[in-house]
Design a protein around this ligand. Structure first.
Ligand SMILES: C[S@@+](CC[C@H](N)C(=O)[O-])C[C@H]1O[C@@H](n2cnc3c(N)ncnc32)[C@H](O)[C@@H]1O
Length: 228
């Protein structure tokens, strides 16, 4: 079994993880990094909706050469800068839908794209996959709230933009943003449109003792890996 990606040593960098959150993050990491480990060695990694850059940090521990975090909130990235100090990492602050076209126009490519805890904070899932695809990744990992249905639907809802984990406002003073949770069927449909093979990670076998993972256990949240 692979070494656990995270430990409570992260608290030395100014965070306040407890055992439950640590267990959640390590369970997520086991699925998120279940693709061929060779793909991570020396990789350029894009971390979308990076918040504090925990996943960029994990990517470096697994051999990534360079990480770029896109984060809509400057105060979150500023905390991440401290975590990632000394590593080949930088944040770009702003809306991923505005920043990614510039990366594409600049001819940038990424080996691995981490879209973690982000896909349910957006409205345009097809447009996001189009942008990720234009960066020519070998692997895309999506970890998201997803509706447990074969039917291809997106459940639109609103989200409070003042919560730091949520969608960012589209204009100054906007309090609520429209976002959507795609279904399993919708994920498979849009992946197929861009010729990706989508594999669902196995979250079965969790028990109530797996603290911090209730949303995965209850099939409200899933992880999938897109490759060609
Ligand atoms: C739930 S957090 C995910 C943190 C981390 N990736 C994880 O999985 O643990 C979502 C992050 O996406 C950021 N975000 C939301 N909408 C964004 C957008 N359109 N562009 C860039 N960042 C955005 C939020 O500020 C927040 O930090």
């Amino acid at each position: 079994m692979r070494a656990r990606a995270f430990s409570l040593a992260i608290n030395d960098k100014g965070f306040f993880w407890n055992e439950e959150f640590l267990n959640r993050m390590n369970n997520r990491a086991e699925r998120i990094f279940s693709f061929d480990p060779a793909l991570m060695r020396g990789a350029r990694v894009l971390d979308l909706g990076a918040r504090f850059g925990f996943w960029s940090w994990a990517a470096h521990n697994l051999g990534a050469a360079e990480t770029l975090g896109i984060e809509g909130r400057a105060e979150s990235a500023a905390r991440g800068d401290k975590l990632l100090a000394g590593l080949n990492h930088r944040f770009e602050i702003g809306n991923a839908f505005d920043i990614m076209p510039h990366l594409v126009a600049g001819g940038q490519r990424f080996d691995v794209i981490l879209n973690l805890g982000f896909f349910y904070h957006i409205y345009d899932h097809y447009g996001m996959l189009k942008l990720m695809d234009a960066l020519q990744p070998k692997v895309i990992v999506i970890d998201s709230e997803i509706v447990d249905l074969d039917e291809a639907v997106v459940r639109i809802r609103t989200e409070k933009t003042w919560e730091p984990n949520n969608a960012i406002p589209e204009k100054e003073g906007q309090k609520f943003s429209a976002v959507g949770n795609p279904s399993r069927g919708a994920m498979e449909l849009i992946a197929e449109c861009f010729d990706y093979r989508l594999e669902w990670c196995d979250w079965s076998g969790l028990t109530a003792a797996d603290e911090g993972c209730a949303d995965y256990r209850q099939r409200r949240r899933f992880t999938c890996i897109l490759t060609r």
